[in-house]
Design a protein around this ligand. Structure first.
Ligand code: V47
Ligand code: SF4
Length: 362
């Protein structure tokens, strides 16, 4: 079967779900890396991207309390927090003597029981007013569904109001695993996989590009991962609205789900199989926060073309035991990309090139 799959991949032909399952079950990671590298090269040459971004989580108070999430708290619980709009704005201002400008702010948070829809609109408008050049990538499909329920607006009108206030892009979180049996066991309060896909389709139709994710390494099986990828591929065929796919390596510490998390081999296989299956996605991100710097570097040889960004402050994975740093400088990111043999490119939120680095990472 491997020969038949290789023939398809090297002639830029789509592989089936059964073939993707076969690749997952194979130990031939070298053939996998070679195939994924072929796809990556056709799409992105030797470029490997990063973005000067900052993550902000306005609150960890969440009515959903997913069992794999160590970040969320209930209202009044120890460790629960809420940031004001002013506190968020302050995080985006360069510190004294610094000329650091972010291209992108990534905003996701818990589903707060009391904040009205207007609070979110005001937050977007305040950021846009002070930082018109920063692209706002905010709110997962799960948050959009929640905002639609608290505002009483349709999904389409909710997205349209957020866009009018400054929303540029949406991140890919909340997808987890679409399969209902896994989803019900992990996060019974969360919107279904079908709803997640429907909301992304609405965002794409409104001209908002989004990302897509898959949380792997918990209780799911290989078939359920592949089903997840195929459903993303089908939606992308219709909308071409996804920018990047980001496999999210589950971190088990302090979670109700527990377990051990993924292995390095599983991380690399998942990157490579995503690259091969998602032939209609331009970018596959190796999110260095979750994979660590070294696995992310190797992931660049397994089909990834993007490491995400400077991030600065990361709470979701670090609450669950991540041992990576919380942020990296542009120079550090360019350095690890260059040392992996790729051409480092600082991009903006829309993948326009800002700076192409030389072979020394400078
Ligand atoms: O939606 C929650 C996941 C997501 C855990 O779009 C966990 O550019 C691992 O979506 N272990 C948020 N993951 C992160 C996310 C993301 C990150 C970077 C870039 C982009 C992008 C999106 O993190 C959540 C959930 O799926 N998550 N708990 C955990 N214990
Ligand atoms: Fe809430 Fe998101 Fe954590 Fe689920 S993953 S509990 S929706 S913050």
């Amino acid at each position: 079967m491997l020969r038949a799959i290789e023939e398809k991949v090297y002639s830029n032909t789509r592989i089936s779900a059964e073939e993707a399952v076969y690749l997952y079950k194979s130990d031939d990671v070298f053939s996998l890396a070679k195939m994924a590298t072929h796809v990556r090269k056709v799409k992105n040459s030797d470029y490997a991207y990063f973005v000067a971004n900052r993550h902000v989580n306005p609150t960890n108070i969440c009515v959903n309390r997913c069992k794999f999430c160590a970040f969320s708290r209930s209202k009044g619980e120890d460790g629960a927090y809420e940031l004001t709009t002013e506190q968020i704005i302050k995080k985006l201002r360069p510190s004294k003597g610094e000329h650091f400008e972010f291209s992108e702010v990534h905003i996701v948070g818990g589903l707060h029981p009391d904040w009205p829809f207007q609070h979110y609109l005001d937050l977007l408008a305040a950021i846009k007013k002070e930082f018109p050049a920063i692209a706002i990538k905010a709110f997962t499909a799960v948050e959009i569904d929640y905002l639609s329920r608290i505002s009483g607006l349709s999904i389409e009108d909710t997205i349209s109001e957020l866009k009018k206030s400054g929303l540029d892009l949406m991140p890919g979180g909340g997808a987890e695993i679409f399969d209902p049996s896994v989803r019900n066991a992990l996060c019974p309060e969360k919107i279904t996989g079908d709803s997640w896909l429907r909301i992304m389709e609405a965002a794409h139709n409104a001209g908002i590009k989004t990302n897509a994710t898959m949380l792997y390494g918990h209780i799911e099986g290989i078939e359920q991962r592949v089903d997840h990828l195929i459903r993303l591929r089908e939606l992308q065929d219709r909308t071409v609205g996804f920018q990047a796919f980001i496999p999210l390596a589950y971190h088990p510490q302090n979670t109700e789900t527990g377990g051990f998390g993924s292995s390095g081999i599983d991380d690399l296989k998942t990157i490579a199989i995503s690259r091969i299956v998602l032939d209609n996605f331009d970018h596959i991100k190796a999110y260095w926060i979750m994979l660590g710097e070294k696995v992310s570097q190797v992931a660049l040889l397994f089909g990834a073309d993007d490491l995400d960004g400077t991030v600065i402050e990361e709470k979701i994975t670090h609450s669950a035991g991540a041992t990576s740093k919380e942020g990296m400088t542009r120079q550090e990111l360019a350095g690890i990309i260059t040392k992996a043999g790729r051409t480092a490119v600082e991009r903006d939120a829309h993948y326009n090139h800002i700076r192409v680095y030389g072979r020394q990472g400078i």
